[in-house]
Design a protein around this ligand. Structure first.
Ligand SMILES: O=P(O)(O)OC[C@H]1O[C@H](OP(=O)(O)OP(=O)(O)O)[C@H](O)[C@@H]1O
Ligand SMILES: Nc1ncnc2[nH]cnc12
Length: 172
């Protein structure tokens, strides 16, 4: 864990004053630490019957695609509006520093799927909750959510009490 944590840096006042941004780009540059990070993200879900991973734009794409590859399942992108070309389903939600929307292709997931939601950061939990609800509107079951890191003080975990959550690193 120390090797992973050493590659995440705090950047103050980004993207707005008062926010301490957890910058994961040094971790992406370190293959050994990334390997550890992905193994740690999938560890509790190894024996779950997951059929697909859904990753949240943009940083969740990097972690989600690697998690999907390790679990030998497919990957579905949850994207910001206007990026997906086919028929989409949309959900609107609040962020730590603003508000946002996510879209999914309507045919990307079916009611037979058990979905693992993957992202880099769990902060207020708004993004992850919206992602779970978006997947559920297509009839699928959320098997769990896996994050690289959790900012515990923002209490995202409470918002997601109905779901199985895992984070590799916890920050106050
Ligand atoms: O728990 P929450 O308060 O909802 O915040 C967590 C979300 O915020 C960040 O994404 P951001 O919207 O900054 O997008 P990015 O990955 O494109 O930088 C992060 O990657 C999560 O998706
Ligand atoms: N403080 C933070 N650092 C990085 N990503 C975030 N997403 C929401 N809050 C964040």
């Amino acid at each position: 864990m120390k090797q992973i944590a050493a590659q995440i840096r705090d950047v103050s006042d980004f993207p707005k004053p008062g926010i301490v941004f957890k910058d994961i780009t040094p971790l992406l540059r370190d293959p050994a630490a990334m390997h550890q990070a992905i193994q740690s993200m999938i560890a509790p879900f190894q024996d779950h019957p997951i059929t697909v991973v859904a990753g949240i734009e943009a940083r969740g794409f990097v972690f989600g695609a690697l998690v999907a590859s390790q679990l030998r399942v497919g990957f579905v992108p949850l994207r910001k509006p206007g990026k997906l070309p086919y028929q989409t389903q949309q959900i609107d939600y609040d962020l730590e520093y603003g508000n946002a929307s996510l879209q999914i292709h309507r045919d990307a997931i079916t009611e037979k799927d058990r979905v693992l939601i993957v992202d880099d950061v769990l902060a207020t939990g708004g993004t992850a909750l919206a992602s779970c609800q978006l997947v559920e509107t297509l009839g699928a079951e959320v098997a769990g959510c896996s994050f690289l890191l959790e900012i515990s003080a923002l209490q995202g975990r409470q918002k997601l009490a109905a779901y199985t959550l895992h984070s590799v690193l916890q920050y106050s």
